[in-house]
Design a binder for this molecule. Structure first.
Ligand SMILES: Nc1ncnc2c1ncn2[C@@H]1O[C@H](COP(=O)(O)OP(=O)(O)OP(=O)(O)O)[C@@H](O)[C@H]1O
Length: 456
C-alpha cells in the first residue's frame, strides 16, 4: 500500500489502483493530476484494506497478459463488496487484451485506456466515472432510505413503542430477531433499522429462507466456487458475503433446514464463511437481522429449530403487533396507503361504512392485506368514494358477541380461499407466481392452502 507523501488538498480524490504487474505508472509524484490520489494495491487483501481505510469511488485495474484472470477475479470480488466503486481498465499490452476479456468487460468496467497514459484524457475519464459513482451512491441511498421512510407508524401505543425500540436498537450493532405475523412489516422494520444504523451506507441484503428452494439456498447464502457442483460454471459470491460492511436480513429463519442452521451458527460464531467447493475462508463483517412468523420456541420443541442457534440469535427480540391489535390506527394507515397508491390526477376517500368495516375486520394478512385490498378497491370502485364492497369486506352483522367470533373466523377463511384460488387461476396454477402476486412467500402460500383445505 503506498504512503501519501504530498500535502492533501480538499480537491484530492482517492483512486484505488489494482496493480498485479510490475508496471510503475500512476505514482503520485509523476502524474501531474492534482485532483487524484492514486493508492496502489498489489494484492486482493491489500485492496480490501485500502477500501476499508479510504473512501474510493473510482478504481483502475491494470490489465496485462500475465495476471489477466487474477485481476478480473479481484475486480469481481471488490465490486461485489462495494458496488458504488466503478472501474476503469488500463491495458498494458495492446488491443488484443480487450478481445480476450470482451465477454465480461462491460460487466465490470465503464471505460478503458492504454499505456502510456494520456494524462489529460485520464483526468477527464476519472472525473466522469467519479460523477457516475456519486449518482449511483445517491440513488442507492435514496431507494433504501425512501423505503424505510415509507413506514407509517400510526398513533397507537403499540406502534409508538415499536418506533421507540427501533430507533434505540438501530444505533447498536447487535443481532436482532423480529417476530410478528405475516404482513406486519418485519421486512420494512429491518430496512428502517439499517437506514438509521452506522452501516447505512453499506449494502442491505435480504434472503427469504422460505422462498428459496432447498437445493439452492446453501449456495445462495454462502456462494460457490467454479466447478463446485454440476452446473456451477462460474464462481458465485453468496448473499452473506455481499452483505459485508452492511446488514444481512434473514427472513423466515424458521424455514431454514437443520443442516444449514449448523452452517449459519458457525458463521455467527466465527464471522467467516467458506464458499461451497472452496478451500479458504472469507471474513464477513455484517449486522444480521432475523425475522420469523413462526414461534421458534415451539419449533425447537418440534425438533425443527436448533436451540443453540436460537440462543445465539435471540439477543434483542422485537415483536411487531398484528393489525387487529392496533385497530385504532386503521384510519391513518388506510389513508396513508390510499395516498401512496392513488394514481396521479385522481382523488379517493373512504366512505364511513368502509372505515367501520375495516375497523371490524380481523386482518389475517395485516398491513400487506390492507394495502392489497385498497389497491384492488382503487381499480374496482365506480366513484371517488371507496365502499366496503370495493374493499371486499362487509360490515359485521349485528348479532350477539359469541356468533360474531364464529362469523369472523369463517369470513377470514372465505376471503383467504377466494384470494388464493384467484391467484392460482390467474397464474395458470404456477404456485411461485401465485405467491408472488399475493406478495407472500411460497411457504406461507402452502400453509394457507393447507389451512383453507384447498385441493390443487
Ligand atoms: N407500518 C407500515 N407502513 C406502511 N406500509 C407497511 C407497514 N407495514 C407493512 N407495510 C407494507 O406491507 C407489506 C408487507 O410488509 P413486509 O414485507 O415488511 O411484511 P413482513 O412482516 O416481512 O411479511 P412476511 O412475514 O410475509 O415476509 C409491504 O408492502 C410493506 O410496505
Amino acid at each position: 500500500m503506498s504512503k501519501r507523501n504530498t500535502t492533501t488538498t480538499h480537491m484530492e480524490r482517492d483512486v484505488l489502483v489494482l496493480n498485479f504487474t510490475d508496471e510503475t505508472c500512476l505514482n503520485d509524484s509523476r502524474t501531474n493530476l492534482p485532483n487524484w490520489h492514486f493508492i496502489h494495491a498489489n494484492s486482493l487483501d491489500c485492496a480490501y484494506k485500502i477500501l476499508e481505510q479510504h473512501s474510493c469511488y473510482v478504481a483502475i485495474a491494470l490489465v496485462g497478459h500475465s495476471h489477466q484472470q487474477a485481476v478480473l477475479k479481484a475486480v469481481k470480488q471488490l465490486s461485489a463488496s462495494q458496488d458504488s466503486l466503478l472501474w476503469l481498465a488500463l491495458f498494458r499490452d495492446g488491443d488484443n487484451l480487450l478481445d480476450n476479456i470482451s465477454y465480461c468487460f462491460t460487466d465490470y468496467f465503464l471505460d478503458y485506456h492504454h499505456l502510456p497514459v494520456d494524462w489529460a484524457r485520464l483526468d477527464h475519464t476519472l472525473g466522469h466515472i467519479y460523477g457516475m459513482a456519486q449518482l449511483k451512491l445517491r440513488s442507492k441511498l435514496g431507494t433504501a432510505a425512501s423505503k424505510a421512510n415509507s413506514i407509517c407508524f400510526g398513533e397507537s401505543k403499540e406502534m409508538q413503542q415499536l418506533k421507540e425500540t427501533l430507533d434505540k436498537v438501530a444505533c447498536t450493532d447487535e443481532t436482532i430477531l423480529i417476530g410478528g405475523e405475516t404482513g406486519t412489516g418485519k421486512g420494512l422494520c429491518a430496512q428502517y433499522i439499517h437506514s438509521l444504523s452506522p452501516r447505512r451506507n453499506g449494502p442491505f441484503i435480504t434472503v427469504n429462507c422460505g422462498a428459496l428452494p432447498p437445493t439452492l439456498i446453501h449456495s445462495e447464502l454462502f456462494g460457490h466456487e467454479k466447478g463446485a457442483f454440476t452446473g456451477a460454471n462460474k464462481q458465485y459470491i453468496g448473499r452473506i458475503e455481499r452483505a459485508h460492511k452492511g446488514t444481512l436480513f434473514l427472513d423466515e429463519i424458521g424455514d431454514l433446514s437443520l443442516e444449514l442452521q449448523i452452517n449459519l451458527l458457525h458463521f455467527l460464531e466465527e464471522n467467516y464463511i467458506e464458499r461451497i467447493g472452496g478451500n479458504q475462508t472469507t471474513e464477513v463483517d455484517c449486522r444480521i437481522i432475523f425475522a420469523t412468523h413462526v414461534n421458534l420456541e415451539n419449533a425447537i420443541e418440534e425438533g425443527l429449530f436448533r436451540e443453540d442457534l436460537y440462543y445465539r440469535i435471540n439477543i434483542i427480540q422485537l415483536e411487531i403487533p398484528s393489525l387487529r391489535n392496533h385497530i385504532n390506527d386503521i384510519p391513518l394507515l388506510a389513508n396513508d396507503c390510499l395516498t401512496k397508491l392513488t394514481p396521479p390526477n385522481h382523488q379517493f376517500s373512504f366512505s364511513d361504512q368502509a372505515l367501520e368495516a375495516m375497523e371490524a375486520y380481523s386482518w389475517p394478512g395485516n398491513i400487506r392485506e390492507l394495502k392489497n385490498r385498497i389497491q384492488r378497491a382503487i381499480i374496482m370502485c365506480e366513484s371517488d368514494i371507496i365502499t366496503e364492497q370495493d374493499l371486499g369486506i362487509s360490515l359485521p352483522k349485528k348479532t350477539d358477541s359469541s356468533s360474531d367470533v364464529i362469523d369472523l373466523v369463517k369470513h377470514r377463511s372465505e376471503i383467504d380461499t377466494e384470494l388464493i384460488l384467484a391467484a392460482i387461476r390467474n397464474n395458470g396454477y404456477n404456485i411461485s407466481a401465485a405467491a408472488r402476486e399475493l406478495n407472500i412467500s411460497r411457504t406461507t402460500f402452502y400453509r394457507l392452502i393447507k389451512k383453507c383445505k384447498i385441493k390443487l
